[in-house]
Design a protein. Sequence first.
Length: 306
Amino acid sequence: MNAKATADARARAATAAQGRPVLGRFPRPLRVLGYALVVGVGLVYLLPFALQLVNGFKTDPEAAAHPLGLVPTTPTTAAYQRLFGLSQAGDGVPFLRWLGNSTLVAVLVTAGRVLFDSMAGYALARLRFRGRSLLFGFVLGVMAVPGVALLIPKFLVLNTFGLFDTYTGMVLPLMVDAAGIFIMKQFFESVPREVEEAARVDGAGVIRTFWSVVLPMARPALITLTILSFQGSWNEFTHFLVATQSGQYETLTTGLARFVSGGLGGGTQYPLKLAAALLATLPVAALFFCFQRYFVQGANSGAVKE
């Protein structure tokens, strides 16, 4: 009886330990130290964003003299006025044009990737055709190629087909993504086949089954793909660098790069540069925080197979 009671007690203790957080298994001083370490690391990561926000409201001399100060001595919105063309000096930065180009490209690329990547992922996961394994291996091979190695071929292809320095050349090469195809394929393979078989018994074809039955079930994966596609196209730099030349096609990344390199005036201009960088970061951050729950679900959805 004593042995059985001891075994039961150990089993209950193990079950309770599994339900407790990792830090909860350590003595209180170590837990406090662990939480303090986590908070400290979090503050270190948040410090650059805080400095970016504060310096955007400083004057140029103050930002150059005290860039690490967290409280501006004379707060001003001059940097934001210049960005939005409200400055009386008439030396505004074409920020609204950069913002419009980035928004247009990001929306089109995101819509294209969600549509084409999901279709390609479903075809690789469910359809049986010759060369399917070879095609999937090709997709994995594309993921292994560094993007820098494709810059010159991209330029040559765009220039040959007359797509250089056009919106089409900015959007079309980015509308399909190998990583997105892989994510959608892994999710579709986790969907029970019985659901599709029931749809086919009711008379639904392949396209109807994909569009009306399977795709609505893939909402976490679709949201994950949407966030990654929007973030990738919004922050894309190298492709736009080789695909465009005119100033009218500049996006936030290429425009800010030219701005930081001194292409739009001399001086440090820290408040203006940091304010522009902050505004360029906000859309992606807002999108991620609004849908982070679905992002985590989509990232883990392909880990379990039925």
